[in-house]
Design a protein around this ligand. Structure first.
Ligand SMILES: Nc1ncnc2c1ncn2[C@@H]1O[C@H](COP(=O)(O)OP(=O)(O)OP(=O)(O)O)[C@@H](O)[C@H]1O
Ligand SMILES: [Mg+2]
Length: 441
């Protein structure tokens, strides 16, 4: 397949360029979930610079070192001896220009030689800190990067110039993956596959949503297998995580409920949820302004779709009854998207604020509920103003829209969140008898 053009990541590239423009040594950590686009981003950043890019393999340290020295020999024409750190040390002595060295899949290097990080620390302190070098350590083992490498006890704590967690793209950043889709279709595709570039590129922008759903649910296809593969790779007891995620996709959202239905010991449920949160698969939400109650939601749209449909329809899919599965999905998709649409609007708040559609400075963004009352999205600038939003993935008549807004104002008055200035916004898929085009029509 032809390599697609590089999309967005403007903020990440800008921060990397800023670090590069500094005079001295910079140690930078880039990490994030599999297929999120780390390698592609670093390739893009390296363009036009003098660099060494090494992707480590899961192997013995001497083999890793051999590969690294082969790459240095090839790119810098320098036959250097010793291990990776000896070679880096010699490079900075021999090369005058500013250099970029990227060690990708860094966790494999540390697995092969657990003393690597403290030896690196010593080299930074004794030599590299005054050199014109940018060293990027990159990898996808999120718990390793967050807890071990970036933790307080890590030898390189305090020595890094920056750490960047690469996150999934948001709705407004995925347009270029599907240039011919209108906004409504784009919202639908984002609701089912999310913003992971490695997943987005598996769909076909020339095809309809329905045809792309077929790609996602056909046994043997990459996106059919990826959710279980990723869990198997990242966690020790994938089965437990499977039943937890299936339970959440079924609409259970309190820790107690999830533990009981997924048959997990209630004392360990927080540990499982914490790891899923670290992997950006689930998120915890609380009513804005309060610490409790806590609800758990699937935050990654690909996982949400997989556990809502692929997992649930597994017996149909494995019996090759794909058309029946598709017609079930198509019949229920609007209801599925209506839940995701609330999250999409919440994610877009900063953009909507910049575009002056939301007038409240987004100091706090959240949701509110009490008993059976809920407000989908709330933005607060405490003490100044609040924007209350109702989000409907439906085509509404103007009359209905007005009554929804009146109801929203009433709910807001009961929420205890009203400010000196308050705004009320309704986001709907379309207002069907209104002359002004709706923002999300
Ligand atoms: N910004 C982007 N624009 C277009 N395509 C992208 C972008 N980022 C990533 N991709 C594509 O998505 C796929 C996955 O990206 P990449 O290999 O960079 O992910 P990764 O985070 O390094 O994953 P892994 O941890 O599995 O190595 C690649 O085919 C890549 O070309
Ligand atoms: Mg990679």
């Amino acid at each position: 397949m032809r390599r697609k053009e590089f999309i967005d990541r403007e903020i990440e590239l800008k921060s990397l360029e800023k670090l590069w423009s500094g005079k001295n040594f910079a140690l930078v950590i880039v990490y994030g979930r599999r297929r999120i686009g780390k390698t592609r981003l670093l390739n893009e950043f390296a363009k036009g610079k003098r660099y060494i890019y090494y992707v480590a393999v899961e192997s013995q340290y001497n083999l890793i070192t051999e590969e690294f020295s082969d790459i240095v020999r090839k790119f810098l024409k320098l036959p250097l001896k010793g291990d990776i750190l000896d070679i880096i040390s010699s490079i900075v002595d021999l090369v005058d220009e500013k250099m970029l060295i990227i060690l990708d899949e860094f966790q494999y290097i540390v697995n092969a030689d657990p003393s690597f990080v403290s030896r690196l620390q010593r080299l930074v302190d004794t030599k590299l800190k005054d050199k014109k070098l940018m060293l990027i350590l990159c990898g996808s083992a999120v718990p390793f990067f967050e807890n071990k490498l970036l933790g307080y006890k890590s030898p390189i704590f305090g020595r890094r110039a920056s750490s960047m967690r690469i996150k999934a793209l948001r709705l407004h950043q995925i347009r270029d993956f599907f240039p011919s889709y209108d906004l409504r279709t784009l919202i639908s595709v984002y609701s089912i596959v999310g913003g992971t570039p490695g997943y987005l590129e598996k769909l076909n922008p020339e095809k309809t949503i329905k045809e792309n759903i077929r790609i996602m649910i056909t046994p043997g296809n990459y996106l059919f297998d990826e959710a279980p593969n990723l869990l198997k790779q990242e966690v020790r007891e994938p089965r437990v995580y499977f039943s937890i995620l299936a339970t959440i996709a079924d609409g259970r959202n309190t820790l107690g409920e999830i533990a009981s239905i997924a048959r997990v010991d209630p004392r360990s449920i927080t540990k499982y949820i914490a790891l899923l949160e670290e992997l950006s698969i689930v998120k915890k939400i609380k009513p804005i302004g309060f610490k409790r109650p806590v609800k758990i939601k699937i935050s990654d749209n690909y996982f949400r779709f997989w556990f809502s449909y692929t997992y649930r329809l597994m017996s149909l899919l494995e019996s090759q009854l794909i058309d029946d599965a598709i017609s079930y999905i198509v019949d229920t998709l609007d209801n599925y998207i209506s839940h995701v649409f609330e999250d999409i609007i919440a994610e877009l708040v900063p953009i909507l604020f910049k575009a002056n559609i939301i007038r409240t400075r987004p100091i706090q963004i959240g949701t509110w509920w009490h008993k059976d009352q809920e407000i989908d999205v709330i933005v607060r600038d405490p003490g100044t103003s609040t924007t209350f939003m109702e989000v409907k993935w439906r085509d509404l008549k103007l009359k209905d829209a007005r009554s929804i807004l009146r109801e929203l104002e009433f709910k807001a008055s009961k929420s205890g969140l009203v400010s000196p200035v308050n705004y009320y916004i309704l986001f709907s898929r379309e207002i069907i008898d209104c002359n002004t085009p709706s923002k999300y029509g």
